[in-house]
Design a protein around this ligand. Structure first.
Ligand SMILES: NC(=O)c1ccc[n+]([C@@H]2O[C@H](COP(=O)([O-])OP(=O)(O)OC[C@H]3O[C@@H](n4cnc5c(N)ncnc54)[C@H](OP(=O)(O)O)[C@@H]3O)[C@@H](O)[C@H]2O)c1
Length: 350
């Protein structure tokens, strides 16, 4: 008796497009043809519909993130896709479901293992999402929120979840004051989630125009970190000297300044390193305010599902800057690298 091992939607192609890095540089990106992979037991095949770019993907491409990665590789960590084939034994999903893979595969709840953090992340060292089809374990995707487009949903696995996790770890409560650094992908999600939770949000940016746009999204106070020489002092001033309850620290080397803004018992979620990896802090900066500082690494599947529920309830829409077709994937990376330009997520449609 023959056993049907997989269930698939009609007529899948044999080959597909993939944006492959042939070398560690933006110029090394090339559109190539590869075989469409096949799901094994417990896995699903996704037709990727949209992939959103992260600062991390740029760092991977320029070999500043995952030094042991070898070329060629397919970059990209965040995506939304449609389930088109089920491996044997998969009953969690059906053909046609719209899902987003989790960035740290295998991390379902609580803390991940060091092995998951080091070896199970999409877009280095695992296969990236900038290709038409991708196989993932059926346990390592979540349903895309119904109200979001594919492009919007593709922004959630890293940028959305990191912001959600940072605020969750900080114990965000109604009435808290949150400081969000910059107007990048993580920062804008943090702004939206904090406002939905009833917090006051202070946001910093190098651009007054971006600050105005952040205010239109609900930010209460904007501070230009370029023109305001002592921006931590400005934060203290606008909080009546009290400081903020939670800082979403995306700068990295700006940690000493962030610590200068925290209220007594405040929390700094160390998320990023756009200003650099090194910082020198005075121990008194931790002791005096009894500050808590925690490194954030995206988030678990359980938190992802909770975040999606909140997105649904509050009608939160991810902020998109530009959508590029896959053929112009390299231009999308170049645009992201341009830095000061974008406000919201840069997405590649497939
Ligand atoms: N730990 C994690 O799990 C995790 C997850 C996601 C991202 N990250 C990291 O978090 C950081 C932000 O990621 P992203 O994807 O949101 O980046 P992004 O979209 O590229 O945004 C970067 C923004 O940072 C701001 N910025 C640049 N230099 C700055 C400085 N010196 N001080 C303060 N802000 C500065 C800029 O805002 P303005 O243009 O408004 O000035 C810029 O738009 C990156 O380092 C990324 O690798 C970490």
């Amino acid at each position: 008796m023959s056993v049907k091992k997989t269930t698939k939607s009609a007529a899948l192609p044999v080959t597909m497009r993939a944006l492959q890095a042939q070398a560690f540089s933006l110029d090394g990106l090339q559109l190539v043809q590869r075989p469409v992979p096949q799901p094994r037991r417990g896995e699903i095949l996704l037709r990727i519909r949209a992939a959103s770019l992260n600062y991390r993907d740029l760092a991977v491409l320029t070999q500043n993130y995952y030094p042991t990665l070898a070329t060629p590789f397919v970059p990209g960590s965040d995506a939304c896709g449609e389930v088109v084939e089920l491996g044997e034994g998969v009953d969690r999903w059906k053909i046609g479901d719209r899902v987003t893979p989790t960035y740290t595969q295998g991390w379902h709840d609580g803390l991940p293992t060091p092995e998951m953090r080091a070896k199970r992340t999409l877009g280095a060292p695992l296969e990236g999402v900038l290709q038409d089809y991708l196989v993932v374990p059926s346990e390592d995707v979540v349903a895309a929120p119904a109200g979001l487009t594919d492009a919007e949903a593709s922004t959630l696995p890293i940028a959305g979840l990191t912001a959600w996790n940072a605020l969750s770890e900080g114990g965000l409560k109604v009435g808290d004051t949150v400081l969000v650094q910059g107007t990048g992908g993580v920062a804008l999600f943090a702004l939206q989630f904090a406002k939905a939770a009833g917090a006051t949000v202070i946001i910093t940016s190098s651009s007054d125009e971006k600050l105005a746009r952040a205010k239109a999204l609900g930010a209460d106070i904007g501070i230009n970190y370029r023109t305001s020489a002592d921006w931590p002092q400005a934060v203290k001033h606008v909080t009546g000297g009290r400081g903020v309850d939670i800082v979403v620290e995306t700068g990295g080397s700006t940690l000493p300044q962030s610590l200068a803004t925290v209220a007594f018992g405040g929390f700094v979620a160390v998320v990023g390193f756009v200003a650099g990896y090194e910082a020198k802090i005075g121990i008194r900066q931790l002791l005096a305010p009894m500050a808590r500082v925690q490194g954030i690494a995206v988030g678990s599947r359980a938190r992802f599902e909770r975040m999606n529920h909140a997105i649904q309830i509050h009608g939160i829409k991810p902020i998109l800057d530009r959508v590029f077709p896959l053929e112009h994937g390299a231009a999308a990376f170049n645009y992201l690298e341009g830095g000061a330009g974008h406000f919201g997520k840069v997405v590649v449609a497939l």
